[in-house]
Design a protein around this ligand. Structure first.
Ligand code: NAD
Length: 406
């Protein structure tokens, strides 16, 4: 037992503290969204063939899209889940990371609801953690019907060669000059990002490309853990032309293309081995720890959120994941794919009227007006909420238990 009053310690896109009760409250709110999505679609619990609850492995399960996918699977389908993530637990009076507290909250909900919930905390890129996961999936779930792959990391060590890759967020070929919000000083700046070196491109593909997904696929197939018809779904982003120089046409986009190509190859293997499918889901831009680190993106999201909210189109990760299951990969659903065999959950973000409004407002944004033209204050609050701060109903001035069980 160790209790403390936890305060936010934020610098730019980093917060070094996390509030356990605030994180738990966020997770509970997501569970409610998923549960109410379930009640409108009666009879969808369990697998298509009635063979028991859905069994899901989520790699990158503790924050952002992976956490939301786990919650949607559990709360909509009573799925048994194994979650893999890399988080720090509390030690003494030092709090754990948000993903640790999120997982503790999900785990509590799942066990109280009689759902299988098992966790692996460690480096998902290593053979050791893959092996641990394989053993846990075998013992707790038997096999899996679905694998969600949602890792976001700045570096990866290749477990076979020992080489450590570093990702960079850079344009390719040309210097990028664009508008961004300085999250420390809260001013609009022009940011200049030099083009990546070959090393930077290779490093980013080495981290966020498809090589690790391939290793996961091999480990699961070799151990016979993919059930008949199993699906593997990694996440990608495309976004609008406005962000292409820094995102889709940049180093991270190169890595996503590699991930998408790898997924196509895995799709072929799954079809022939277990009658399954692998397909990328292209998701919308949302506030997460990963997206906060990309230049331009926080300002773009601030504007996007304002416009999508006003048009009644707003979605957070949990709404996207509810839609992923309801429309594409839930039991009995047939995924609707684009010409590249991808699920497109970014359809509402990229719809013409939304992007035309972004294109017309973007050039006029300045330090004097960005709080009016964009939903920056909501972005800021959303960012703080990722760490459990500024969540309604949480008594921040009272000491809170820092230890948690996962
Ligand atoms: P996030 O930072 O919220 O989550 C990352 C997850 O990866 C966490 O669970 C973390 O613990 C885990 N992780 C990181 N390194 C790990 C390691 N070495 N071993 C085990 N676990 C590790 O990120 P996110 O924004 O939800 O991104 C998840 C995926 O969704 C990424 O592929 C990202 O490109 C994609 N995506 C994100 C957005 C967005 O706007 N955030 C949009 C579209 C697609």
């Amino acid at each position: 037992m160790a209790t403390a009053v936890v305060e936010p310690r934020i610098r730019g896109f980093i917060c070094t503290t996390a509030h356990p009760a605030g994180c738990a409250s966020n997770v509970n709110a997501q569970i409610q969204v998923a549960q109410s999505a379930r009640s409108v679609q009666a009879g969808q619990v369990g697998q298509k063939n009635g063979a028991g609850p859905l069994r899901v492995l989520v790699i990158g399960a503790s924050t952002g899209y992976g956490l939301a996918a786990r919650i949607a699977a559990g709360a909509m389908y009573e799925a048994g889940t194994v979650g893999v993530f890399f988080e720090r637990e509390s030690s003494g009076t030092r709090c754990g990371t948000p993903g640790f507290y999120n997982t503790a909250a999900y785990h509590r909900y799942a066990t109280e609801s009689g759902l299988v919930s098992a966790n692996v905390n460690g480096d998902a890129y290593s053979h050791e953690i893959k092996q641990k996961t394989v053993e846990l999936v075998a013992s707790r779930l038997g096999q899996v019907d679905l694998v969600v792959y949602s890792l976001a990391s700045p570096k990866r060590t290749d477990p076979d060669t020992g080489e450590t890759y570093q990702s960079v967020l850079s344009p390719i070929g040309e210097t990028y000059v664009g508008k961004t919000v300085d999250l420390n000083r809260e001013v609009i700046n022009e940011v200049t990002v030099e083009p990546a070196t070959e090393e930077g491109i290779r490093g980013t593909v080495g981290v966020m490309g498809g090589d690790d997904l391939n290793l996961w696929c091999e480990a699961l197939l070799d151990a016979g853990l993919l059930a008949d018809g199993a699906r593997i779904v990694p996440f990608s982003y495309i976004g609008p032309a406005l962000t292409w120089p820094i995102y889709r046409s940049g180093t991270i986009g190169r890595a996503k293309e590699h991930l998408e190509q790898t997924t196509k190859a895995i799709d072929g293997r799954l079809r022939s081995s277990v009658g399954g499918r692998a397909m990328v889901s292209v998701n919308k831009a949302v506030i997460t720890q990963a997206s906060a680190a990309i230049p331009v993106v926080p300002l773009y999201i601030s504007l996007l959120y304002r416009i999508m909210r006003e048009r009644g189109l707003h979605e957070d990760p949990i709404h996207q994941m509810v839609r992923l299951f309801n429309d594409h990969i839930g039991p009995g659903r047939t995924p609707a794919l684009d010409g590249e065999d991808r699920i497109r959950l970014d359809d509402l973000e990229l719809v013409g009227p939304v992007q035309r409004e972004i294109d017309s407002v973007w050039p006029t944004i300045t330090t004097d007006n960005f709080r009016v033209l964009t939903d920056y204050d909501a972005y800021k609050r959303g960012f703080r909420q990722l760490f459990g701060f500024e969540v309604d109903g949480v008594a921040y001035d009272e000491p809170v238990e820092l230890e948690a069980e996962i």
